[in-house]
Design a binder for this molecule. Structure first.
Ligand code: COA
Length: 331
């Protein structure tokens, strides 16, 4: 097993206050109900951000908590890597807003765009910056305001997503320590981009009256196909991260999968031979918060004592792109 380069020194989460239950969709005039949503996804409720609860606001809340738990001040952060599919604006990045908000005056700051796999991608990038010697301390945040990009008239997508942020402070591992990131794995397949995407609103088809009318700047998804690819790719990613860390499924204390759908989570756990009592599930309370889902789950698992010193965790993600990835972390 390789000596870890980076370890997780602290985690945090930033969750908007307002809760929207499955029953609340009726008030929007949508032809859906709690039973349909719960049976197919396991989702009961999600948090929906107010106008003031921006992507940066949620990110800052998560970051401050992670920094306080890690005992790291803003001036000690060398890099801020923020994964988001919902930046507060397109230029410049939301990461620089976070840098300003935290007063992290020494930090390089940039966004990573890898949809729901973004936090795993971001952690891997931060680990690489440490490996290169450029960075000693990094803040890796997944922050998403999915409510801003879903089509609230499309019952097949808007019921699935929620808002929130999760963060981790990464520090350089101590020499000879076995604590830290033991393996990482990332893949993508852009030939499948149109199965989960926002067709308009970018540089090719900019916002226009027509885009607003045909609602093509909102998220569109082929649910069934996405489901199949998610299970297949997350299963592959579990194998690859375990291989990389030279571990077997029974060595894993906790599986923290991307929280999109409890049926995807169950299928992935079954494939990975990890029993469900070792799997962290909170999709019932948050819905799919895209790249925020794993760091939110990790933070809850640490707070509740399910992740403590010595715990070996397998994190696995899948998202638009398609992108997927995984990581074994020893705490
Ligand atoms: N309430 C009620 N009915 C709904 C509905 C809703 N919110 N959304 C869709 N339906 C209807 C459809 O219109 C369809 O009706 P029809 O048969 O009359 O055309 C029917 O339910 C079945 O739709 P289908 O898409 O085949 O259902 P499904 O069993 O595949 O479940 C998903 C749909 C979205 C829950 C499921 O495909 C899924 O979870 N996919 C993965 C999504 C995901 O996690 N993406 C993110 C990955 S990061």
């Amino acid at each position: 097993m390789k000596r870890p380069v980076a370890y997780v020194a602290g985690t945090g989460r930033g969750i908007p206050e307002r809760v929207m239950t499955n029953h609340d969709f009726a008030a929007l005039g949508l032809d859906t109900n709690h039973e349909w949503i719960f049976e197919r996804t396991g989702i009961v409720q999600r948090h929906i951000a107010s106008d003031a609860e921006t992507t940066c606001w949620m990110a800052a809340k998560a970051a401050r908590q992670a920094m306080s738990r890690a005992g790291v001040g803003p001036g000690e952060i060398d890099a801020i890597v923020l994964s988001t599919a919902t930046p507060d604006r397109l230029l410049p990045s939301t990461a620089v807003d976070l840098q300003a908000e935290l007063g992290a005056t020494r930090a390089a700051a940039f966004d990573v765009s890898a949809a729901c796999s973004g936090w795993i991608y971001g952690m891997t990038v931060a680990e690489g910056l440490m490996q290169s010697g450029v960075v000693e301390t990094a803040l890796v945040v997944g922050a998403e305001k999915m409510s801003a990009i879903v089509d609230w008239r499309d019952r097949s997508t808007c019921v699935l997503f929620g808002d929130g942020a999760g963060a981790a402070v990464l520090k350089r591992a101590r020499p000879n320590s076995s604590r830290g990131i033991l393996s990482t794995f990332m893949r993508s397949d852009g030939t499948l981009a149109e199965l989960l995407w926002r067709p308009s609103g970018g540089a090719t088809i900019p916002f226009s009256e027509r885009v607003l009318q045909d609602r093509s700047s909102f998220v569109r998804m082929a649910g069934r196909e996405t489901f199949k690819h998610a299970v297949r790719s997350m299963s592959e990613a579990c194998d690859r991260a375990l291989d990389g860390a030279k571990l077997r499924a029974e060595d894993i204390d906790i599986l923290i999968p991307h929280q999109a759908n409890v049926r995807i989570i169950e299928a992935t756990a079954k494939y990975a031979s990890v029993p469900m009592d070792k799997v962290y599930v909170n999709v019932d309370r948050y819905g799919n918060t895209s790249s925020a889902s794993i760091p939110i789950a990790l933070d809850e698992a640490m707070e509740s004592g399910r992740v403590t010193e010595g715990t070996t965790a397998l994190c696995v993600a899948f998202g638009a792109g398609f992108t997927w990835g995984s990581m074994v972390i020893r705490f």
